[in-house]
Design a protein around this ligand. Sequence first.
Ligand SMILES: Cc1cc2nc3c(=O)[nH]c(=O)nc-3n(C[C@H](O)[C@H](O)[C@H](O)COP(=O)(O)OP(=O)(O)OC[C@H]3O[C@@H](n4cnc5c(N)ncnc54)[C@H](O)[C@@H]3O)c2cc1C
Length: 423
Amino acid sequence: MGPDTTETDYLVIGGGPAGSAAASVLAQAGQDVLVLEKEHFPRFHIGESLLTYAMPVLDRLGVLEEVSAAGFVVKAGAEFCRTDAEFSRVDFTEQGGGRVAQTFQVERSAFDEILLGAARRRGASVLEGAHVRRVLTEDGRVAGVTYSRGGTSHEVRARFVIDASGRSGVITSGHLRSRSRPARGSAVAVYRHFGGVDERHNPGVEGDIQVGTHDDGWVWAIPIRADVISVGVVTTPETLRAADSRQQLFDTHLARIPRVVERLRGAEPLTEVQVEGDFTYYSDDITGPGYAVAGDAGAFTNPIFSAGVYLALVTGVRAAEAAMAEHPTAMAEYADFYKTGYDTYAKLVDIFYDADRRIGRVFRGAGAAATPEFASRLFGGDFWSEDNPMTRYAREQPAEHTFTAYSTSLGCPVYPELAEPVS
Ligand SMILES: Cc1cc2nc3c(=O)[nH]c(=O)nc-3n(C[C@H](O)[C@H](O)[C@H](O)COP(=O)(O)OP(=O)(O)OC[C@H]3O[C@@H](n4cnc5c(N)ncnc54)[C@H](O)[C@@H]3O)c2cc1C
């Protein structure tokens, strides 16, 4: 080992929700864990609307109190609206007994800092400004990484690596080059924040996310502070290329959704329009010798139902548990767990698109399964359970564009004690 080489038992790449969750679980179990995060926190991140099933996970990570006290906007439902006055609402208070009925819309810079801080307090070592450059292998096994920090290069050797590097995907994209694109094509988002928002203009329920669909995509409106709202338009890369400018595309698509326009009355832009692309991909290599992948690093799809942070948190926790289990099947089980969650979510998105992006048609297609209780659970994050017929309906759709064959992993990781017998 050279002078700039260190060793750790567990190395986590990335300090977003997936990486912080994994590091927190490992550190709490008394393990030696190092997180390498390329940015300095707090840093901006898109992805501001949480799901209700994330709440017990935040509790498990020891941050629920801090997150609840941070002044984030309370979210109790999701409104789905269109180019006319038509709209419907998923109400999380209808999930049924024992489930947390509310969650938050968060400013990710503050939220992610809370999570990473908690991992640190539990004993994880965290290096910010540490950019992982290369994956090191030994006898075909991932054995560490090189990273740059403050202009110098370093090497760290690890017994096990968890890649939680988000869309950059250090292992799946950079090292293995094993990412695929879904057949349905990619998506881009153009977004900005507005200030001076007055929720009294909101024609719906205060704090709700609005998802407004139209022929060329959809629009989100997510209040992230009492007077600040995040607004984004999601469309195809081709539609963006054909527009005169990002700004023109943003303005045109936003203007198509009257209920969002009404909510923005009197509000002024706080930021320039920004673009995010390249966020639909998946990789089959969720685990391999010496490593596991958690969160966006392994797969991501359309953010229309706001599951990204929740999936990142849950897979971060599970990846850490599997890494510590040290029995031969733990990794295979984790990969199946990961794929079941992301695949169920992706299928829910596909169903919505196939239903002409009308939530009412999704419910009609699901028939008797689509009770308010089962539907709000599914939209709250109930992706792994066996007893929710609405989840089963989504899961049983033909696989169009995600992972190759895997064994479905059943059992809700959030509310295992509430599982009902399935006949
Ligand atoms: C347009 C859009 C809208 C979205 N809306 C929502 C939403 O409303 N709700 C929701 O839940 N999700 C949403 N998402 C998804 C959400 O942003 C992600 O799913 C979530 O951030 C994933 O967490 P993560 O920890 O896996 O990755 P990230 O949060 O991206 O964290 C990865 C971390 O790794 C670090 N990193 C990357 N490369 C390296 C490297 N080489 N070395 C060291 N560190 C590195 C990054 O700096 C980052 O901090 C949206 C996504 C998009 C694109």
